[in-house]
Each structure stands twice: as C-alpha cells, then as structure tokens.
Ligand binder design. Structure first.
Ligand code: PEP
Ligand code: MN
Length: 342
C-alpha cells in the first residue's frame, strides 16, 4: 500500500500519517520525492482498511501495490535512487547520469599487493577500490581472506590513496567489522538469499552492494533488495555478476538484459561486474563496453598487477594497463549516451 501526500503537505501531516500507520500495527516508510512525499506501508498480510488514512489532512490517495516487492519498486518511488559514496577524493554516485567505477583485486593479499594495485586504480582515475578481506570460496582449502587484518589494510589504502572502499561481509560477525572499516558493504552472490544477513545489512549505516545470486530470477533479486530496504537502508546498489547456464566458454553468463529490466521495475541503481560475469580476462573489456552501452549505472572490475600469482580469481583479473584502456573506452561510450564516468 502506498499513501500519496499532496505536494504542499506539511511535515506534521506526513508524521501524523506515519503515526497512524504504526498505530495500526504496520510499518511506515516515508519516501520523499521531487514533487511530493509518498508513504509506503509494509507489514500487512492482507488488505488495509484505507478509509481512515484517506481522510487524513494532506493525503491525496491510497494506492495498492500489487507486486511482491514494494519499497524497491518504481510504483513506490518514480525517481531513481542515487547512492552517493563519499570518498576522500570526492563523491562517487550511482543512479544519476554518471557511471560509477569500482576496481581492485578479488582479495586483499598483503599491504604490498593492495598498495601496488591501488596506485594503478588511482592512476586510472577510479575512486572506489574493491578487495575482499572475507572470501566465500567453494573449497575450504582455498584462501579465505585475511579477515580484520585485510580490513586494516583497506583502511590504509583509503588513507594513503584517498580511495573509497568496497568489501564483502559473509556473515553477521564480519558485517559488524566491515561496517566499521568500509564505505560500501558488499553482499556476495552466494549470500543473496541469506535472509538474516540481508536484514542485518538493512540495519547498517553504510550503503550496500548486493550481488545477484548465480541462479536468481529478477523477482528473487529484487526481493533480496526489498529485505535490505524494508529494514530502513535505502542505500542499495544492485550488481549483475553473471548466472549459471550451459555455456562453458565463460565462468558465468553475464545477463546484460537484466539491466533495462531492473531499471523499468525498480528505482535502485544497478551495476555490472564483467569479471565474475565472464571469468576470463580477455572478455572483461568487451563486456564492460557493452554494460555501459546497455545503460548500467556502474562497473565493478577485478584488477591485479600480477594475476598469475593472485590468491583468488587471477584468470579473470585484468592488468593495470588494461584498466586504463577500460576506463578510457567506457568514458567514450558513456559520452555517446550523454553520460560521464565517476
Ligand atoms: C567477489 O566480488 O570477489 C565475489 C566473490 O563475487 P560474487 O559474490 O559475485 O561471486
Ligand atoms: Mn572475485
């Protein structure tokens, strides 16, 4: 259910409607828009008797939202959500006309490794650095990440290079720590339906980068976003990273058609990860170009200065020189569409 307020409704009127909704045992989600505020209602299992709400001062109408996802849907909020990541070198945005860039290694392996790559990420003009301190690996014998030591290295990367930090939380305990150190908390593909983790992410005070599960449908992906937003965290960036198919020429099949599909149904920004989406270094540049062309709100790519010795995802990590080219070409394609890179 969505309550649409008049454009000149006062803050007191909005507050009164929210209080009435809460007194009925539901949850109110005020969503300020360009022209007027709307108030989403969740927590109802059936229909709500809207009579008393409709009669309140400042209310225009009550609209039933029929989709299973509510708060992330465009029915609820027409304008794009713009997620703003403050970095020491200025704000990076996702969801406006700029294409947000993120680059860095799959995993933080050591301070030397992170610094060597960060220097090149910075040199390429990218202001958000990715790198896992907690790695969800298929094998328990593979490198699992440096844990909090890795987070401290990432904090040093921020201090030294002025880069914002995106890193993954794999469970509630790591999320507590990641929230302290990072600028954006990543929830990985394997955890897209870890509902207790999604709820915890919804209580975090930092933006969330939510990756699509490797066999998730569009509805399941949006419902995962709904879990986060329903807990009060509207700062969600979705990320397409490829799904499982029968194709064996790539690690996953990058589903670029989900970008316009998400943008039609949801106000949340969506970025593309062509590294996990292909698993092959030589396919990262062409799929990055395609992602920008299809209208993605950003790119997230893995880069390593010595990928043959990387402790995870070396085969899909591009070299720093290739990152320079990727940024240059992405900027040119973005410009054709009237967009910039940030
Ligand atoms: C990653 O970003 O390194 C990662 C593990 O991604 P995904 O969850 O998409 O596999
Ligand atoms: Mn990886």
């Amino acid at each position: 259910m969505l309550i649409v307020m008049q454009s000149h409704a006062t803050e007191d009127q909005v507050r009164a409607v929210c209080e009435r909704i809460e007194s009925l045992g539901f949850r109110a989600h005020p969503i300020p828009g360009a022209g007027r505020t709307a108030i989403g209602i969740t927590g109802n299992s059936g229909s709500i008797d809207t009579g008393s709400l409709e009669a309140m001062p400042g209310v225009i109408e009550c609209i039933a939202v029929t989709k299973a996802y509510k708060l992330v849907s465009r029915d609820m909020k027409e304008a794009n959500t713009v997620v703003r990541i403050p970095t020491p070198a200025g704000e990076v945005t996702f969801g406006d006309t700029a294409v947000g860039m993120v680059a860095g290694p799959c995993a933080v392996e050591s301070q030397e490794q992170a610094f060597a790559i960060a220097a090149r990420v910075c040199g390429a003009g990218v202001r958000l650095f990715r790198g896992g301190a907690y790695k969800p690996r298929t094998s328990p014998y593979s490198f699992q990440g440096l844990g909090e030591t890795g987070l401290k290295i990432l904090a040093n990367v921020r201090d030294q290079f002025g880069l914002g930090i995106i890193t993954e939380a794999v469970d509630n305990e790591s999320l507590d720590l990641v929230e302290k150190y990072a600028d954006v908390i990543q929830i990985g593909a394997r955890n897209m339906q870890n509902f207790s983790l999604l709820k915890r992410a919804g209580q975090a005070r930092k933006p969330i980068l939510l990756k699509r599960g490797m066999s998730a449908t569009l509805d399941e992906f949006l419902m995962a976003g709904e879990y986060i937003v329903s807990e009060g965290n509207y700062q969600v960036i979705l990320c397409e990273r490829g799904v499982r198919t029968f194709s064996d020429h790539t690690r996953n099949t990058l589903d670029l058609s989900i970008i316009p599909a998400v943008q039609r149904l949801s106000h949340l920004p969506i970025v593309v990860d062509p590294s996990h989406g292909t698993g092959r270094r030589n396919k990262v540049l062409p799929l990055s170009r395609a992602a920008v062309a299809v209208g993605a709100d950003g790119l997230l790519v893995e880069v390593h200065h010595d990928p043959d010795r990387a402790l995870s995802d070396g085969p899909q990590s591009i070299l720093p020189d290739e990152l320079d080219r990727l940024v240059r070409e992405s900027r040119e394609i973005a410009a054709v569409l009237g967009r910039t890179l940030n």
